[in-house]
Structure formats: structure tokens, C-alpha cells
Ligand binder design. Structure first.
Ligand SMILES: CC(C)(COP(=O)(O)OP(=O)(O)OC[C@H]1O[C@@H](n2cnc3c(N)ncnc32)[C@H](O)[C@@H]1OP(=O)(O)O)[C@@H](O)C(=O)NCCC(=O)NCCSC(=O)CC(=O)O
Length: 292
């Protein structure tokens, strides 16, 4: 037991030092914890989230190698335990997202937040707990990729997906550790709101699997969901631009992260949108013309 504790302490010191150096050298920031979330599970040090990200990336690589090595293709029908896992995961994420969205909006109203330009106040404990919960939900969302691997859906395991899922977890750790409230409320509320629809979409996709005609009929709104996600990133980008302009009383380095991160997601999602909806529909039209 003592040995395990010793190894953990040595690892924790190294990882923490590495993250601190990275933030100091790249962003010029000395990161300090806030007393509001101090002591909660997996928050006092960056080691748990860095280890989870590393494990996540290793699982993705191992999964892709496994699929490639055995030349595995998606199954016509999923085994029952996998189907149950997918349904339960999506239901859980749906209700969790709904709870966080309503909770954050309610706290924002209670604390008289304006749309943008809000400061972080360590006395707003409930808001901080909700932002912390949002950070914790990023661990749960790693399961999305595990589902893709188990379903052997390599078409879904894209750079966009893995980049998003691994980076967002670290970003929300920094926010939950340093300033869980203020301007972060907007992303937390908006993103969990969008995720309510996203997990409903994934839930329905799993339920209706096997009947492509019915699935296409009930999931026609996938395209609008992607547009909604892009609109969300656009709003966050304008928020970050506005906050920089007015020198909002929220840590400037967090606003900079939001600004550049949103640009990266917009570029990746625009590429996804063109490939999934524009190019595939023009290919479909060409096929239909040939058939005539
Ligand atoms: C419509 C989208 C939500 C999803 O696009 P997809 O191309 O993945 O959609 P799709 O129609 O193929 O999805 C149906 C397939 O997903 C499976 N599926 C079910 N539940 C799932 C889950 N929790 N995670 C991943 N896949 C899941 C279904 O069984 C089905 O598989 P089968 O077809 O085998 O039956 C899109 O807008 C989008 O977000 N695309 C980017 C890709 C991505 O990874 N997005 C999520 C993280 S980004 C994010 O979250 C941004 C944000 O914060 O808003």
C-alpha cells in the first residue's frame, strides 16, 4: 500500500510540474486553485485528468489497431450487452446534460449574471459545483469513443472526435480548478443544452438501428444538429471576442483558450459538415442521375 502511495506521489509531482511549466511557458500563467472546488474528487491536481487522457488515447490507438489487425467490420446487429450499454450511456448523458443546462441557467439568473462579461465569484458555490460537474461529465464522455471502438465504427473515430474529446477534458479541469463560474457559465449552459439534443440523436440512432428507412425518416434533423453545434461555437467565439474587447473581469488566458479553441472546432466541423452533408448528397444526386 505504501509503495503504491509512493509511486502515486512521485507521478503526481512530475505530472503537476509538467502541467505547471507548460502553462507558465506557453500562456504565462501561474495556475492557482479556488477554495470553492478544493477537496472535491479529481480536482486538486492535474494528474487524474492527464492520466485519464493518456489512457483514453491508448485505448483509441489499441482499438484502431485491433480493428485493423483482424479486419473487423461493423456488425449487422449489435450484441445485446453492447446495445444496452449504448442505450444506457446515451440516456444517462441526456439527463445529466439536461440537469446541468437547467441548473447553470437557474444559477446564472439567481446570481444576476448578464449574458457576457461576468466575473467569477468564489462565494457562488452552487454555480461552482455545477461547473465541476460539467468537468466530471467529460470523463463519462470518453465512453462515446469506447462505444465507437466496440461498434468497430472507424468512420466515426476521426481526428475531430478524438481531438475534441481529449482536449475538452483538460480545458474543463483548468476551469473547474481555477475559476468555476463567471464567463464559464455560458459555455457550460450552451454546450450541455446542445448535448441534450446530441445524446437524444445518438439514443434514437441506436434504437432505430437495423431499419435504415425508418432511421433516416426520424433522424433527418442530424444535419440541423450539426448546424446547431457550429452555431454554438460561433456564439462562443463572439463571446470570447467581446470579452477580450471589454477586458471582461474573467481570467484573460481562459478567454484566449476559448477564442482559439472555438476557431479550431469551427474549422474541423465545417470540414465534417461538407463531407457528411454536402459531398455525400451531391454523390447521391449523381448516382440517381446515372440510374435514370
Ligand atoms: C450528428 C452528429 C452529432 C454526429 O455525427 P455522426 O456522423 O457521428 O452521426 P451518425 O449518424 O453516424 O451517428 C449514429 C451512430 O452513432 C452510434 N452511437 C450511438 N451512441 C453513440 C455515442 N454516445 N457516441 C458515439 N456514437 C454513438 C449509433 O449507434 C450509430 O451507429 P451505427 O451507424 O453503426 O448504427 C454530428 O453533428 C457531430 O457531432 N459530428 C462530429 C463527430 C463527433 O464525434 N461528434 C461528437 C463530439 S463533438 C461535440 O460534442 C461537440 C459539441 O460539444 O457540441
Amino acid at each position: 500500500m505504501e509503495m503504491v502511495e509512493g509511486v502515486w506521489r512521485a507521478l503526481d509531482t512530475r505530472v503537476t510540474q509538467g502541467v505547471w511549466n507548460l502553462l507558465r511557458n506557453v500562456m504565462g500563467v501561474e495556475l492557482t486553485g479556488t477554495p470553492t472546488t478544493k477537496g472535491l474528487p479529481l480536482i486538486d491536481s492535474p494528474t487524474p485528468i492527464v492520466l485519464a487522457m493518456t489512457l483514453y488515447l491508448l485505448c483509441v490507438v489499441a482499438g484502431l489497431l485491433w480493428i485493423k489487425a483482424f479486419n473487423l467490420k461493423p456488425r449487422a446487429q449489435e450484441p445485446a450487452p453492447l446495445q444496452a450499454l449504448v442505450l444506457l450511456h446515451n440516456l444517462f448523458c441526456f439527463f445529466l446534460s439536461l440537469y446541468m443546462c437547467v441548473g447553470v441557467v437557474y444559477q446564472a439568473i439567481l446570481n444576476r449574471y448578464t449574458l457576457w462579461g461576468n466575473a467569477y465569484n468564489p462565494k457562488q458555490t452552487e454555480m461552482a459545483i455545477l461547473v465541476y460537474m460539467f468537468y466530471m461529465s467529460k470523463y463519462v464522455e470518453f465512453m462515446d469513443t469506447i462505444i465507437m471502438v466496440l461498434k468497430r465504427n472507424t468512420r466515426q473515430i476521426t481526428f475531430l472526435h478524438v481531438y475534441h474529446h481529449s482536449s475538452i477534458a483538460l480545458i474543463w479541469w483548468i476551469i473547474a480548478y481555477h475559476a468555476p463560474g463567471g464567463e464559464a457559465y455560458f459555455s457550460a449552459a450552451l454546450n450541455s443544452g446542445v448535448h441534450v439534443f446530441m445524446y437524444l440523436y445518438y439514443f434514437l440512432a441506436a434504437v432505430l438501428r437495423g431499419n435504415e428507412k425508418v432511421r433516416r425518416k426520424y433522424l433527418f434533423w442530424g444535419k440541423y444538429l450539426t448546424q446547431l453545434q457550429m452555431f454554438q461555437f460561433m456564439l462562443n467565439l463572439v463571446q470570447a471576442y467581446y470579452d477580450r474587447k471589454i477586458h471582461a473581469p474573467y481570467p484573460p488566458f481562459l478567454i484566449s483558450i476559448l477564442f482559439y479553441y472555438m476557431i479550431s472546432l469551427l474549422v474541423l466541423f465545417a470540414n465534417f459538415y461538407v463531407h457528411k452533408y454536402v459531398m455525400s448528397s451531391s454523390k447521391g444526386n449523381q448516382k440517381a442521375k446515372k440510374a435514370e
